[in-house]
Design a protein around this ligand. Structure first.
Ligand code: ZN
Length: 340
């Protein structure tokens, strides 16, 4: 029925990477474990203030460094899942997870799960591959290792060199090899071409380096103009299909998107759910443990808070907080795959 509210499960996720001093190292991470801990705590505190929980995807090294913190968070309703970047975990494995042969994936995933369990004293049931990289083998292996959930796809991210090929757009959870995959929410129709993304990031870096803040520019007409320009370029390239290498869609990532983009992705989802006449749906956001959420007056904490408040203000939605493992999948059923 038109106008009926849609029950929306909102899942905030944070990928917790290894701390290291070298920012050029792949994958990037916080400089120190102290910085990581501060950011994780601040992120969970703000979410709690706004009525949300999170799923933290921790690489084995982060599980070891933050065993006490992660146990506390798990007790207060957050979830700790496993995250894996073969390049930083398995020395000598210089490849993305989805591009590795089944035997090596099996060995790495089993070892990573074991180290996670040794550190935290419980087993992870959810998994995310670094760079959203996975192959069909990954899902089978994870299923055999006792996992129940993955959130390892960004729909329309299509990049063979990193083994992250998800050319179909999906807005709902779906079953794969006995696991439920909970896709990160990406834009229903926009593929962001690399030049537009780079242009926007260039502007952003230039302004932040010169200390031009949003406040100095008023409500930052410039930032909006850049966003609009990037999205305009984006719209023009929306015919790009899955054959192109290295297509990266816009998705709900707190650190690289301003509030305008987060709201835009969300409102496009709602329009799409309305078209499909859905009564239940999900939004899955991501961020990282090197994002300075502990800077209480900083940009990221403000965007996070404002985005939470924006979600609560939407009259179309009944907002529910969920984690990956607590998602009430019975609401979605076996057909929960909805593609365009
Ligand atoms: Zn990662």
């Amino acid at each position: 029925m038109i106008g009926e509210k849609i029950s929306c499960q909102v899942i905030f996720t944070m990928d917790c990477e290894r701390a290291h001093a070298n920012k050029q190292f792949y994958p990037p991470g916080p400089h120190t474990w102290e910085e990581s801990e501060e950011n994780i705590e601040a992120f969970s505190r703000v979410l709690a203030e706004e009525g949300f929980h999170a799923t933290f995807f921790a690489v084995p090294e982060a599980a070891e460094a933050h065993s006490e913190l992660f146990n506390q968070l798990a007790k207060s309703g957050h979830e700790i899942g496993l995250h894996l970047h073969p390049r930083s975990f398995g020395f000598g494995v210089n490849e993305f997870l989805g591009n590795l042969p089944v035997e090596i994936q099996n060995h790495l995933l089993a070892s990573a799960k074991q180290r996670f369990e040794n550190s935290l004293g419980f087993s992870p049931v959810s998994f995310r591959g670094g760079y959203f990289s996975a192959s069909q083998n990954t899902f089978s292996i994870l299923s055999q290792l006792g996992f129940s959930f993955t959130s390892t796809t960004v729909p329309r991210r299509n990049n063979s060199s990193s083994g992250a090929n998800w050319p179909d757009w999906r807005c709902l959870p779906y079953k794969n090899s006995g696991l439920w995959e909970i896709p990160v929410s990406s834009h229903p129709w926009k593929n962001l071409p690399d030049p537009a993304f780079e242009l926007r990031e260039l502007f952003r870096k230039t302004f932040s380096r010169r200390n031009y803040t949003r406040n100095q520019f008023g409500k930052s007409a410039i930032s909006h103009a850049i966003s609009l320009a990037a999205m305009g370029l984006n719209r023009n390239s929306s015919k790009i299909n899955g054959e192109r290498e290295s297509v990266s869609p816009q998705y709900l990532q707190i650190e690289h998107r301003d509030l305008f983009i987060l709201k835009n992705i969300t409102s496009e989802h709602i329009k799409h759910w309305r078209r499909l006449k859905l009564t239940h749906s999900i939004l899955v956001c991501t961020t990282h443990n090197d994002v300075p959420f502990s800077d209480s007056r900083g940009r990221h904490i403000k965007i996070l808070k404002k985005y939470c408040q924006y979600l609560h203000s939407l009259s179309d939605l009944i907002i529910n907080s969920a984690t990956i493992k607590s998602l009430p999948l019975e609401l979605f059923g076996s057909k929960a795959v909805s593609t365009l």
